[in-house]
Design a protein around this ligand. Structure first.
Ligand SMILES: [Zn+2]
Length: 109
């Protein structure tokens, strides 16, 4: 499957290609991050079903989620979401501790 996405921020267009393999989907993007083998928001948006930046497609975006379901890719995305939640909780905990420290500095404990 081939998708052309147009970045809202830069206006640049990128090609996202999706291939089904025995081990799950392979998804490539020719944006600078994608070409360097890094995490790329264009692919992630399509995997999430976000087609707001799609300007051309030869298949429904929803077909990507079907390929991802049950794949190793899906497991790694789930792990990423879990870790993001851990980080978010840690940031909230740190913020609360800093408030306590600020109160302690003022002798309010
Ligand atoms: Zn990209």
């Amino acid at each position: 499957m081939n998708f052309v996405v147009k970045s809202k921020s830069s206006g640049n267009e990128y090609n996202v290609q999706v291939y089904a393999t025995e081990d799950g989907p392979v998804i490539t993007c020719d944006c600078p991050a994608g070409e360097n083998g890094q995490y790329c928001k264009h692919r992630f948006a399509l995997i999430s079903g976000d087609e707001s930046e799609v300007v051309e497609a030869d298949a429904p975006v929803s077909e990507i989620a079907k390929l991802v379901a049950g794949s190793r890719l899906e497991a790694t995305i789930d792990a990423m979401h879990k870790q993001e939640a851990v980080v978010k909780k840690a940031q909230a905990d740190l913020k609360a501790i800093k408030k306590t420290v600020a109160s302690a500095m003022l002798g309010r404990l």
